[in-house]
Design a protein around this ligand. Structure first.
Ligand SMILES: Cc1cc2nc3c(=O)[nH]c(=O)nc-3n(C[C@H](O)[C@H](O)[C@H](O)COP(=O)(O)OP(=O)(O)OC[C@H]3O[C@@H](n4cnc5c(N)ncnc54)[C@H](O)[C@@H]3O)c2cc1C
Length: 383
């Protein structure tokens, strides 16, 4: 039987699209050039974050975290979801007032979070450096294993009838009268009227196949993995420098921040770096060294812990740090689900749900206009 929809990409976003569409009875074929989670979704940390601006991201994050609560029950195997909360830490007293203002503004918009003075911080996390200015606790944040989540979404989609084709690369998309007509792959042609471009950092190349300009580029990030460490080294399983949010806006050089996350198996994943290096996924030892130093500054006990490996992944960066979700104006049946940068693990489920709502004509859970591709051309016209 011909698929109603072909989803391109077996990362967390594509697998979430396949899952939510097949739950609605839509016939889905997912094509992936490698294996499930062989792109960026294998390289992420574990943070389900609820406090990344702007407002539309806050809405996506909250809606997605709520979906995770359901997914952790309904997916076919354990995705290591847990409501851990997260802690953001201010290093220098000079930055405290600005951070406190940001936290109060989030509180005013209904986000559950609490400011922590230095003595609260040290009481909660005695292993942190004693001279940090303070921080905030975000109890709504959570943690998940991104690889298991992606695999579980794919498996659940398959159980609902989705046809998942691995090692199948999309090489072209045939149009007829500005409408999607078929997907060309290394394993043959798949006739269909609808395509979802969930190809992460490769989504611009898929857009080019139909003449749609998608402004998503790769932004590299390094991770340091340590041996398993005792649970009481850090009590909150996600501790990051408050300055992390500033690194999101950096456009040149290597932007670094401390970001310490302990996985269910006890290993620490130490982030984070951001630089634009094209599709180069190699590890830069100088970045690893600087990143380790940043994390040590916040958690001196790391000095006694062994590193077992390092790796780098490519975040799908959209220029305004808001994902692009919706149908392209110029090609009927060409849907875009990309550009999640450093929050695609968080926003994967809501993205899949939104794509399913758009395709099945249901009211969207989150407003779609701020997520449209046309926002970029509208802004250009305004300038
Ligand atoms: C270091 C690092 C840390 C991160 N930490 C977090 C975190 O803590 N929390 C969070 O929310 N997010 C985090 N992220 C971000 C998150 O990992 C990404 O936003 C997310 O994985 C993107 O998923 P995706 O499905 O869009 O892309 P991908 O996982 O890359 O999936 C796209 C898929 O498309 C396939 N594909 C491409 N072209 C074709 C083609 N022509 N034909 C067929 N298949 C094709 C690729 O092989 C790939 O598997 C992190 C990212 C990095 C790099």
């Amino acid at each position: 039987m011909l698929p109603d929809v072909v989803v391109i990409g077996g990362g967390i976003v594509g697998c979430a699209c396949a899952y939510y569409l097949s739950r609605e009875g839509v016939r889905v074929c997912l094509v992936e050039k490698g294996t499930i989670a062989s792109g960026t979704s294998r390289a992420g940390q574990s943070h389900i974050v609820l406090w990344e601006e702007p407002d539309i991201n806050l809405q996506l994050e909250k809606a997605s975290r709520d979906l995770y609560e359901e997914l952790s029950e309904e997916l076919p195997f354990d995705i290591e979801y847990r409501r851990t909360g997260s802690m953001a830490i201010v290093e220098n007293p000079a930055d405290w007032e600005a951070f406190a203002r940001t936290v109060r503004s989030l509180q005013a918009r209904g986000l559950n979070c609490q400011l922590l003075q230095n003595d609260d911080l040290i009481r909660l996390e005695p292993n942190l450096a004693p001279d940090l200015a303070g921080g905030a606790f975000f109890p709504e944040d959570a943690q998940v294993n991104p690889i298991l989540t992606t695999l579980a979404l794919a498996q659940a989609a398959r159980e609902r009838g989705a046809d998942i084709r691995l090692f199948t690369e999309v090489t072209g998309i045939a149009l007829s009268d500005h409408r999607v007509a078929a997907v060309e792959t290394t394993a043959g042609r798949i006739p269909t009227a609808r395509v979802v471009d969930a190809a992460g950092v490769w989504s611009a190349a898929i857009g080019k196949m139909v003449g749609v300009d998608i402004p998503v580029i790769p932004r590299r990030g390094h991770i340091i993995v340590t041996e398993p460490v005792p649970e009481n080294l850090i009590h909150c399983k996600i501790i990051l420098a408050a300055g992390y949010m500033q690194t999101l806006g950096a456009t040149t050089g290597v932007a670094l921040s401390a970001n310490i996350q302990q996985t269910r198996s006890g290993n620490l994943l130490l982030g984070s770096s951001r630089d634009f290096a094209g599709f180069d996924r190699s590890v830069n030892p100088a970045v690893i060294q600087a990143q380790a130093a940043r994390n040590l500054r916040f958690l001196p006990a790391l000095a006694d812990i062994h590193v077992i490996r390092t790796y780098a992944g490519l975040r799908p960066y959209s220029p305004d740090l808001v994902p692009i979700i919706g149908e392209a104006d110029s090609v009927k049946g060409f849907y875009i689900a990309t550009g999640h940068e450093g929050a695609g693990i968080t926003m994967g489920p809501i993205t899949g749900k939104l794509i399913s709502e758009i395709i099945t004509g249901k009211a969207p859970t989150v407003p779609l206009e701020p997520l449209s591709l046309r926002r970029f051309s509208q802004r250009q016209e305004e300038d």
